[in-house]
Design a protein around this ligand. Structure first.
Ligand SMILES: Cc1cc2nc3c(=O)[nH]c(=O)nc-3n(C[C@H](O)[C@H](O)[C@H](O)COP(=O)(O)OP(=O)(O)OC[C@H]3O[C@@H](n4cnc5c(N)ncnc54)[C@H](O)[C@@H]3O)c2cc1C
Ligand code: SF4
Ligand code: SF4
Length: 697
């Protein structure tokens, strides 16, 4: 067998061909292959066929995100084009593609512009970062302490070591932002909206509607704002002044919150629907589920939600047992087991019916709970609460579980092991096994409801009444803060669209070149839309060899256990201290800045292969067009491109998933045909109130 030294074509035969059927090179450009090479080639041929020699038999590799950088004319010289290997479906890149390329932003239910707010933190521009965050997230200071952080699960940095501390960085911006910028109410548009519930969903929708000129009144049954943020999450996790400050930024816009007003009791929904142009039901899931076991009515059995509510609202007579067993393994349970230890309990046991693999709370939180002395029992379920002759709790009987087949949630179903019952002595049982909607607020307004009692909704979250919408946990069942915030944003758009026939915000794609010629001395005039840090970080990465890829995830500093107020009845000492500015910088610089994208000017590329060679993650490849299976999902287009380009062309492609934005490819390119460009989506339609959108520079 012989291999063409120019293009890699393999010729099976005793002598080289007169001319290479692939690139036309003469017979003297062929060399004989050694036995090992022949072994590999034969295996490749058997497994895949060889590109250009039966490429249609080659498997398609579709687990990567391959973007076409450029087709390059290779008729002059092309020794590097790779013909072997699987074929790729490739994409040319549209706004959706570049947007999806930022996995953290895509995973965030509120679509927070994460990479840019992190870049602003690295610049020390905390106030700008806070404002940018607030555009999407609305409560960055609060969520910087307790977001469920779906973005971190998706973060690309995970492929290198550990995800970026996206949530903690939100708090850095909030903590160090200095004087908060205030927004004033825009001119009224003549329409009014009533929001039921001052939780994160209701307040987010209220903020967005107020910014569009609506007169918004929020009706809240409690004397405090924030919903579960205030009445559920304990103060040692979230100081109340942080909530109050962020709510004030919403009331600045003219939003009225009518506290101590329960809809369905103090005012009817019918009245609200008659009085306002739009009504939004954002009442959350505030009714605790029960265990349905004997003894649940004994004195000392309390719902976790009620307990946290009493503590948070400062009720003086909150009784806490000496030995407390909490049933459940979610957010509520986790807050209960640690709060009781601060309020004087000597023993706190958390019981969960599945295994540690299924528990929905953060690993770190579990660790911290155990450090504080919480005992966690997995794979157990309550069978009865044991009482004494006075009707008071003296214990709880549990049965051990084993995991059976997966249930509807995909998690393996816990099944009781017969005869494995045992009793834990305790004087208090906190029940934290879920919440559901309280639909008494609806009155007689909705004859048709779903099986949860929630009004039927269309795809725009509108009920069967023309001017009533619903959103948040009330609709999607108990989730997390950021999902409810995302819902609040969505429903505000739907309401405005319905009432004023406004079009949903059209986002425009903006691709800004990161000027590599100024990399070591960034030119501020060229930095519009890009954080200065993005420029200087590229400079650090390229010129000074910054070790950003070697810096590990920063650890959240916490109060030493003796200073957390355990057993002191003080529930207000914030356990997580927050990052200092230097720690914040270290964490921010770890971000790969997935909004940066590599581009190649195909007219200047000389196919030297330097970029592909130097890339530490083998993201860039120079492949034969034969290996392109489809372009933007169009197989025929790929065929047409192959026919048009002929056999000498090369396709420069990049796997977006593995690029760490180190910039080495830019640095090594002798013709400077590679650029690193900044992508962002900007709202096509201006907001009606003062626009605080951040433009760097
Ligand atoms: C104890 C606990 C801890 C949690 N911790 C976390 C966490 O750390 N991270 C996370 O992401 N998620 C957490 N969650 C989940 C999170 O709290 C919810 O997903 C979120 O609060 C839902 O927001 P919402 O605005 O839809 O509803 P809610 O926050 O429940 O707000 C609904 C509001 O409506 C009001 N309301 C209800 N009925 C009426 C009525 N008839 N009239 C007037 N007002 C009414 C309520 O008083 C409340 O203020 C936790 C939940 C609990 C219970
Ligand atoms: S590395 Fe940065 S931009 Fe990329 S997914 Fe993680 S946080 Fe987002
Ligand atoms: S920036 Fe670095 S990781 Fe990304 S393609 Fe270039 S060399 Fe590879």
């Amino acid at each position: 067998m012989f291999r063409c030294k120019v293009c890699g074509w393999i010729h099976e035969g005793a002598a080289p061909p007169d001319a290479c059927p692939s690139c036309g090179a003469s017979a003297d450009r062929f060399r004989a292959m050694d036995m090992t090479e022949i072994g590999h080639a034969t295996r490749d041929l058997a497994n895949y066929g060889i590109a250009g020699q039966g490429y249609d038999r080659i498997d398609v590799e579709d687990s990567r995100r391959i973007r076409l950088l450029a087709f390059v004319d290779a008729s002059f010289y092309n020794p590097f084009t790779i013909r072997h290997g699987k074929r790729y479906p490739i994409y040319t890149g549209d706004p959706q593609w570049f947007s999806d390329n930022i996995p953290c932003m895509t995973a965030c239910p509120s679509h927070t512009d994460i990479s840019r707010y992190i870049a602003l933190i690295a610049d020390g521009r905390y106030a700008d970062s806070f404002e940018l965050n607030r555009e999407h997230n609305v409560f960055p200071g609060c969520l910087g302490r307790m977001c469920a952080r779906p973005c971190e699960d998706a973060c690309r940095r995970k492929e290198v070591d550990a995800p970026i501390g996206i949530c903690y960085l939100k708090r850095v911006a909030a903590d160090y932002r200095g004087e908060t910028r205030r927004e004033s109410a825009p001119p009224p548009n003549g329409l009014t909206a009533a929001v039921v519930g001052a939780g994160v969903c209701g307040l987010t929708a209220a903020r967005d509607l107020a910014r569009k000129g609506y007169g918004v009144t929020v009706y809240e049954r409690f004397p405090v704002p924030g919903g579960v943020m205030w009445t559920g999450v304990p103060e040692w996790r979230l100081p109340r002044d942080v909530i109050a400050e962020e709510v004030e930024l919403i009331t600045d816009l003219g939003v009225q919150i009518q506290y101590n007003t329960e809809v369905g009791k103090d005012i009817s929904l019918e009245d609200l629907a008659g009085k306002h142009d739009a009504v939004l039901l954002a009442a959350g899931c505030q009714t605790a589920s029960t265990m349905r076991v004997p003894g649940e009515d004994l004195e000392g059995v309390v719902s976790g939600l009620q307990f946290l509510e009493d503590v948070s609202l400062g009720h003086k007579d909150v009784w806490v047992g000496k030995s407390v067993v909490t049933v459940g393994g979610g957010f509520t349970s986790m807050d209960c087991v640690r709060t009781v230890l601060r309020l004087g309990s000597e023993r706190s046991v958390m019981t969960y019916r599945r295994s540690i693999q299924e528990i929905p709370v953060d690993e770190l939180e579990l660790e911290e709970a155990e450090i504080e002395g919480v005992e966690i029992m997995y794979m157990v379920a309550p069978t009865r609460v044991v009482g004494d002759e006075n009707g008071k709790v003296v214990g709880i009987e549990l049965v051990r579980n084993e995991l059976g087949e997966p249930d509807a949630s995909g998690r393996r179903r816990p099944e009781p092991v017969e005869g494995s019952e045992f009793i834990i002595d305790c004087d208090m049982v906190l029940v934290a096994i879920g919440q559901r909607q309280d639909n008494r607020l609806l009155g007689e307004l909705f004859p048709d409801v779903d099986r949860r009692g929630v009004p039927l909704l269309d795809q725009n979250l509108k009920t069967e009444r023309d001017n009533v919408w619903a959103a948040g946990d009330y609709v999607i069942n108990p989730t997390n803060f950021i999902s409810s915030i995302g819902e609040g944003k969505r429903v505000a758009e739907f309401i405005d669209h319905a009432l004023r026939d406004t079009m949903p915000k059209i986002k425009e794609m903006e691709i800004t070149r990161v000027p590599t010629e100024y990399i070591s001395t960034p030119n501020p005039l060229l930095s519009e839309g890009i954080a200065d840090w993005t420029l200087t970080s590229m400079s650090r990465r390229l010129v000074w060899g910054d070790d950003y890829a070697g810096v590990g995830r920063q650890v959240m500093p916490v109060l030493p256990v003796p200073e957390r107020g355990l057993g002191t009845f003080d529930n207000t000492l914030e356990t997580e201290i927050g990052f200092t500015k230097p720690i914040g910088f270290e964490e921010a610089k770890r971000c790969l800045q997935c909004q940066l994208n590599i581009f190649i000017d195909g007219n200047r590329c000389i196919l030297c292969n330097n970029c592909a060679d130097v890339c530490p993650h083998r993201c860039i490849e120079m492949i034969s067009p034969d290996r392109i299976y489809s372009i933007d999902n169009d197989v025929e287009l790929a065929e047409m491109a192959r026919a048009e380009l002929g056999q000498y062309a090369a396709a420069m492609v990049i796997d977006e998933r593995s690029c760490i934005r180190c910039g080495l490819c830019l640095d090594w390119c002798p013709t400077e045909c590679l650029t690193m460009d900044h992508f962002r989506l900007t709202p096509g339609i201006e907001r009606e109130s003062v626009d605080l959108a951040i433009v760097a520079g």
